[in-house]
Design a protein around this ligand. Structure first.
Ligand SMILES: NC(=O)c1ccc[n+]([C@@H]2O[C@H](COP(=O)([O-])OP(=O)(O)OC[C@H]3O[C@@H](n4cnc5c(N)ncnc54)[C@H](O)[C@@H]3O)[C@@H](O)[C@H]2O)c1
Length: 263
């Protein structure tokens, strides 16, 4: 007996994506468009955001781009208004911009404060407009401590507490916590707030892993599925959590990690 397959239809919706100029953000912007949404592509890298928007507009979708540093709270608030002006709506927020490999302060500033500013102004605006969905990009680093094959090669276990490593872990745990708290605060005002927790994904952020075949293999083996993930695999989960197909899911952090967090 055949059953109708649920389809994800975001026609008429407007999605705002931070970090849209590369990797997971770009892939998700494209997926939002494929699902019918208009997309505001925001990134500190204006050229990257523009390329993503042009790619959407070039294939029959609707998108615009803007340069945005998510650590600038005033600019974050303003960018949501700019989206209303440019695309005529604001229904979905993907708080995705993030950094790895920077120092302690910068990592917390982008990964934690940046997500907080998006939640603070985005959740309120969505609620005022009658509801919507927010997805934050956490990480497996928001669910547990990490072992680092790079460290193993160096014969040390200290890498993840050096420099930005510990800030990355702290910031991603913060994203999981803020996801829960905002879900509670806005649950009765029509705004669902969820997160995705990617394993290691093949994006520019993880380029260093792929520079050495042995190191890449070690990272792949940390995932029970024996490989790194693809940005499209995160994008699909984000689009699901943003859609009515996830209408009773809020406050949840969904691992998309090939089983990494099972161990
Ligand atoms: N790639 C992975 O293995 C992996 C795993 C878990 C979580 N993540 C998270 O996924 C998100 C996306 O990472 P990615 O892998 O696509 O990396 P990426 O480096 O390809 O993309 C990150 C994007 O964020 C932008 N950005 C950086 N700082 C910004 C700022 N202050 N304001 C606005 N934009 C800024 C960059 O310009 C870039 O376009 C990040 O939050 C990252 O921590 C990635």
């Amino acid at each position: 007996m055949s059953q109708a397959q649920p389809t994800i239809d975001l026609a008429g919706k407007v999605a705002f994506v931070t970090g849209a100029g590369s990797g997971i953000g770009r892939s998700t912007a494209l997926r939002f468009s494929q699902a019918g949404a208009a997309v505001m592509c925001a990134d500190i890298n204006a050229d990257g955001a523009k390329v993503t928007a042009e790619s959407i507009n070039g294939t029959g979708g609707k998108a615009a781009s803007l340069q945005l540093d998510v650590t600038d709270e005033t600019a974050v608030e303003k960018s949501f208004q700019q989206t209303l002006d440019a695309l005529g709506g604001f229904d979905i927020l993907f708080n995705n911009a993030g950094v790895g490999g920077l120092d302690y302060e910068q990592t917390l500033n982008v990964n934690q404060n940046g997500v907080y500013y998006g939640l603070r102004h985005g959740a309120e605006l969505l609620a005022q407009r009658g509801g919507g969905a927010i997805v934050n990009t956490a990480s497996i680093a928001g669910l547990q401590g990490l072992v680092s094959p790079l460290d193993m090669l160096e014969g040390t276990e200290a890498g993840m507490i050096r420099d930005g490593g510990i800030a990355y872990i702290a910031s991603k745990h913060a994203v999981v916590g803020m996801t829960r708290q905002y879900a509670i605060a806005y649950g009765q005002r029509g705004v669902r707030v969820n997160a995705v927790a990617p394993g290691y994904i093949d994006t520019p952020m993880t380029e260093i892993i792929r520079q050495d075949v042995q190191i890449q293999h070690e990272y792949e083996q940390l995932h029970p599925m024996g490989r790194l993930g693809r940005p499209e695999e995160i994008a699909t989960a984000v689009v699901f959590l943003s859609s009515d197909a996830a209408s009773f899911i809020t406050g949840h952090t969904l691992p998309v990690d090939g089983g990494y967090s099972c161990r």
